[in-house]
Design a protein around this ligand. Structure first.
Ligand code: PXL
Length: 290
């Protein structure tokens, strides 16, 4: 029977008072792209963990109750998207959520939030890395940055690497389970004004690369923004390289809309200024097959 209901996405992320990241960006982006976002909050923070001081209320116990209630109500979801998890125990709980709510055509996306700029976030330790390694085996799509890629592989990456090296890393992670592995914030070695995203799709055995200008500023939350747009685009029916192109271009628009201001970059990109661009069709695509 024909049904045209709106697709539902569970968003397993924290809620931060200050900072455009996690649920503060996931909900507006995926709502704008036409989906019903169902938050499963992992923690409630005053501000994100890249600030020196912050408060954090761990919502692990509440998560168990919410999941129990959803099971009782026989809720169904088209996608599950997980990001910042507050503890190794939460990773276990989320792993159960993925098993219980996966359906034949659902999309499971794990953003293995662990760290950035070569370091684990201060709230995490090696135990969290080990749990995250297990969680990614249950995903269809994973979106580590370079730092997270290194921790998931369990090795320090060389300073100089080729496309072949990156392809090899992506392939190794996909061997563990996920059909699609996307790595963000890959430096372009001979040009520090550029940065790349690489992706591997096991189905079809193809690798993709998108390179875009790099502006010298670090905005927390760009990973959450990037992955949200990729998910929205895939659920709208875009192919993988087009979904990546949309996400890369959106991030670039967001950074450009922000960079010119005198502004504390820790608050993240000015999402409000670019959110409506998500309604527009993409004008140019710059992906390459490698
Ligand atoms: O964007 C990842 C993220 C999500 N949530 C919290 C964070 C971070 C990264 O610093 O601190 C609370």
């Amino acid at each position: 029977m024909y049904t045209n209901k709106v697709k539902r996405i569970v968003a397993v992320h924290d809620l931060c008072g200050v900072g455009r990241l996690s649920l503060n960006v996931v909900i507006p982006i995926l709502t704008t792209m036409g989906f019903d976002v169902c938050p499963l909050p992992t923690a409630l923070l005053s501000n994100h963990t890249e600030y020196k001081e912050f408060t954090s209320l761990d919502l692990t116990d509440e998560m168990e109750k919410i999941i129990f209630q959803w099971k009782r109500r026989k809720e169904e979801f088209d996608a599950i998207y997980t990001g910042y998890l507050a503890s190794p125990r939460q990773v276990h709980i989320v792993s159960g959520l993925l098993e219980d709510f996966r359906r034949p055509n659902s999309l499971i996306v794990v953003d293995p939030v662990l760290g950035d700029n070569g370091q684990l976030y201060t709230v995490y330790n090696q135990k969290m890395v080990e749990e995250m390694r297990k969680l990614i085996t249950k995903a269809d799509v994973i979106t580590p940055n370079m730092t997270e890629l290194s921790f998931l592989l369990g090795e320090k990456l060389p300073e100089i690497f080729t496309d072949e090296d990156i392809k090899n890393y992506l392939h190794r992670l996909s061997d563990d389970g996920p059909q699609i592995v996307i790595v963000t914030s890959v430096p372009v070695l001979d040009d520090n004004h550029k940065t790349s995203v690489y992706a591997y799709n096991k189905k079809g055995d193809r690798y993709w690369k998108i390179t875009c200008p790099y502006l010298p500023a670090h905005y927390p939350g760009t990973g959450d923004t990037f992955t949200s747009v990729v998910i929205g685009a895939l659920l709208q029916g875009d192919n993988l390289p087009m979904a990546l192109d949309r996400a890369v271009q959106f991030i670039l628009q967001g950074i450009r809309a922000t960079f010119g201001y005198e502004y504390d970059p820790r608050e993240g990109i000015l999402l409000e200024k670019v959110l409506r661009n998500l309604d527009m069709p993409i004008q140019t695509a710059s992906y390459e097959r490698i």
